[in-house]
Design a protein around this ligand. Structure first.
Ligand SMILES: Nc1ncnc2c1ncn2[C@@H]1O[C@H](COP(=O)(O)OP(=O)(O)OP(=O)(O)O)[C@@H](O)[C@H]1O
Ligand SMILES: [Mg+2]
Length: 358
């Protein structure tokens, strides 16, 4: 029963071995690997914070009875990592290539590909043991990453394939928005929701990386990383790496993190709001122009303004009027409207509402 898991623990030592040999062989030159890849969980147990998913998945791996899977949740929460780790544990490095077909949004995944590539791969039959004698499940896994970007006809073409090939193939669909997957597909899969990572967990992961990379940092900088990444560990790790590159021998500071993340300084937002509440329209025009000219993304300013407004001591009616306008501006920005004009129009509404306070 535990054969697969045992196999897993044996394998999980392998990558470490590789690292160990990589160290002494050359002079200490770090491999040019983005840290998100370097610190991608190697086995299912490494996946942080998704306890329910990991527990259920491990039970399925033990029984060698994997259902079709559907992983969904926000970016950078471990979906791709989890299935890659699970596949590696099931098949080992040798069989991995034969048994796992990975297709993501960058591959052509129209109906033609589903008909041909997926079907051909699914139809190959496979044995139930590995060359090293260890048992392995007698099926293959097809991973369709970013499945929400597949067209509806392509998704529909999967339905029959999924059922027909169920003897030899398991599918794992991964997406951010489950509502974009057609109903007949979701009903054929066990669904797993991936939660945004808790601050505490992100904090710990970042500290681990800092330690392994020998980084100097301030506590505030790690807190800032957690704050700006909003549960997306990939984003946090990427920012950390950029910050580390930025000042190679000095310590990483909160200021550097905020700068890299493109967060508008609180002072600027406060200043803008003060003008909305107390200033004149001329001043507002100048302030908005300044902030847009600084190169901050309008959607970022919008988000921060929104947060500040929610916190502010004004009536619910005023808040709702401003929030409604925020939503409209957000849509316009997504459609490609002029950033300066949109920000000005939002600030004008804030100003209009602020009048009612006096
Ligand atoms: N739960 C987690 N445990 C450990 N590391 C994680 C976790 N979630 C994300 N990471 C880190 O973030 C990186 C990206 O994770 P992954 O590719 O699995 O995200 P994803 O959920 O597939 O995101 P997307 O929806 O954008 O494809 C990983 O390489 C890993 O370093
Ligand atoms: Mg992914």
């Amino acid at each position: 029963m535990h054969a697969f898991l045992k196999g897993a623990t044996v394998q999980s030592t392998k990558p470490q071995k590789e690292k160990a040999t990589a160290g002494p062989s050359g002079e200490k030159k770090p491999k040019a690997l983005p840290w998100v890849e370097k610190y991608r969980p190697k086995c299912v147990d490494d996946v942080a914070f998704q306890e329910e998913v990991v527990a259920v998945l491990k039970k399925s791996l033990e029984g060698a009875d994997l259902p079709n899977l559907l992983f969904y949740g926000p970016p950078g929460t471990g979906k791709t990592s989890t299935i890659l780790a699970a596949a590696r544990e099931l098949f080992g490095p040798e069989l991995y290539r034969q048994r796992v077909l990975e297709l993501n949004a960058s591959d052509e995944r129209g109906i033609q590909v589903v008909r041909e590539k997926v079907k051909n791969f699914a139809q190959l039959t496979v044995a139930g043991s590995r060359s090293d004698g260890k048992p392995c499940p007698p099926f293959k896994i097809i991973i369709l990453d970013e499945a929400d970007s597949m067209t509806a006809p392509a998704q529909a073409a999967l339905r029959r394939t999924m059922e027909k090939e169920s003897r030899t193939t398991r599918f794992c669909l991964i997406c951010n928005y489950i509502s974009r997957i057609i109903e007949p597909l979701t009903s054929r899969c066990s669904k797993f929701r991936f939660k945004p990572l808790a601050n505490q967990i992100q904090h710990q992961r970042l500290l681990d990386i800092c330690e392994k990379e020998n980084l100097k940092y301030t506590n505030e900088s790690i807190e800032a990383l957690v704050r700006v990444s909003e549960g997306d560990l990939r984003k946090a790790i990427t920012y950390l790496q950029s910050a580390a590159r930025l000042n190679t021998d000095k310590e990483i500071t909160e200021k550097a993190v905020v700068e890299i993340a493109g967060v508008v300084p609180t002072k600027m937002i406060d200043n803008l709001l003060e003008i909305c509440f107390k200033g004149t329209f001329e001043k507002l025009e100048v302030a908005v122009k300044n902030i847009v000219d600084e190169g901050y993304a309008a959607t970022q300013i919008l988000g921060q303004l929104h947060e500040a407004i929610i916190e502010r001591d004004i009536s619910d009616k005023q808040k709702s009027a401003i929030t409604e306008k925020t939503a409209v501006v957000d849509k316009c920005l997504a459609d490609g409207a002029d950033e300066y004009l949109q920000m000005l129009s939002l600030c004008s509404v804030i100003m209009e509402q602020a009048e009612k306070n006096n």
